[in-house]
Design a protein around this ligand. Structure first.
Ligand SMILES: Nc1ncnc2c1ncn2[C@@H]1O[C@H](COP(=O)(O)OP(=O)(O)OP(=O)(O)O)[C@@H](O)[C@H]1O
Length: 354
């Protein structure tokens, strides 16, 4: 009571639980099972379904000649992810104005209201009792990069919430075949592309990912699987994060920030090189169908190069601050490798058309 008088109103314990895995790995299926078990515990629980909340075109990845469209979509997607977290933040701050998302935000309102309605427990007879029950958000998305998950972790830390992650490990063949039996399957290439990018939770490398478990979802989920998830969430609810940042975590965050910056700058440089290559090919009268395959090859080569650069940056770096390394020099050296490959592809296509 004294604490409440001092303004520090005690909140009910809350937890952000990230469900991460390939498309059709079974995240929504698991979320539904966890929801019904959470309801039996009397918890307020809701699924945050990114696929329903974010407009479909933000998910599309198309290979186009200069790659610019792809970049725009990637940025837009990031913006939407942040808007979803902004909605959760708003709910934590002021649950009573939950439906008033910022007017600039394109999050699907109906899907958002549905997700939040579950958390309000309108059917509860005793409102004040219901508000003291634990609050659980199940975040249902692919979360293939640690940086995507880290955004959620930061939100949990800011509000001293529990944080945990469930990685749904499912064989690629099962994901593809389950996806194909859905009424609206996504293109198989999207799944194959995601396999290349996926970096599952790695508590050895990222200490902030320590509250993570893997579930094998190639097989049917068992009661024991659900129990493991419930234990993970219970433990996260009882051990909320502290807003304080320790040194190890700061180092990891710096490394992630630096890797993101290097990869971003390398991406820009590669785009310029690809545009130049396309111009040279046009000047050499390469026919349109070969121009298209040139664009595809160059974009694929760029994607593989950036992926490997990102991995190298995250693994090898021994620096602690972005300023400790010469980002420009790292980018220039790295892009030389791509440039070499680009020239090879360009020359081959020009020679084939002579
Ligand atoms: N453990 C499982 N064993 C067998 N089939 C499963 C399992 N989990 C899910 N499925 C089936 O696979 C299909 C995809 O499941 P679900 O929608 O839960 O995947 P998802 O990971 O949420 O996909 P997305 O990321 O594309 O939304 C559904 O038809 C579902 O019934």
């Amino acid at each position: 009571m004294a604490a409440e008088e001092a303004g520090a109103v005690r909140r009910a314990p809350a937890c952000l639980c990230v469900l991460c895995g390939l498309p059709a790995a079974g995240k929504s299926t698991l979320a539904r099972k966890v929801l019904s078990t959470a309801a039996q515990h009397g918890w307020r629980a809701g699924v945050v379904p990114y696929d329903d909340l974010i407009p479909e075109d933000a998910f599309q990845t198309r290979v186009v000649e200069d790659g610019v469209k792809q970049q725009e979509m990637h940025t837009e997607w990031k913006f939407h992810r942040q808007a979803v977290l902004g909605g959760i933040e708003q709910f934590l701050e002021k649950p009573q104005v939950l439906t008033e998302l910022p007017s600039s935000c394109q999050i699907d309102r109906a899907a958002w209201e549905q997700c939040i309605r579950a958390l309000l427990q309108p059917e509860a007879l005793d409102r004040s009792q219901a508000e003291r029950e634990p609050l659980l958000f199940l975040l249902d998305d692919n979360f293939y990069y640690p940086s995507m998950r880290y955004e959620v972790y930061q939100l949990a830390r800011k509000y001293s919430l529990g944080f945990c992650q469930v990685y749904l490990e499912c064989s690629l063949e099962s994901c593809i075949s389950r996806n194909q039996s859905r009424s609206e399957p996504i293109p198989t290439e999207v799944i194959l592309e995601m396999v290349k990018r996926l970096e599952p939770p790695n508590p050895q490398k990222n200490s902030w990912e320590k509250n993570s478990i893997s579930l094998n979802t190639t097989d049917i989920l068992s009661k024991c699987d659900i129990q493991r998830v419930m234990e993970l969430i219970s433990s996260a609810l009882s051990n909320p994060l502290s807003p304080h940042v320790d040194n190890t975590e700061q180092t990891e965050a710096d490394r992630l920030k630096c890797a993101t910056s290097v990869v971003h700058q390398a991406d820009q440089a590669c785009r310029r090189l690809i545009s130049e290559a396309m111009k040279t090919a046009r000047e050499n009268q390469v026919p349109p169908e070969h121009m298209r395959s040139l664009a595809t090859e160059l974009n694929e080569s760029k994607a593989a190069f950036l992926l490997s650069l990102r991995r190298q940056m995250l693994q090898g770096a021994s620096f602690t601050q972005e300023e400790d390394i010469d980002v420009e020099l790292v980018v220039t050296r790295a892009v030389d490798v791509f440039d070499h490959e680009r020239k090879g592809i360009l020359l081959r296509i020009i020679n084939e058309n002579k």
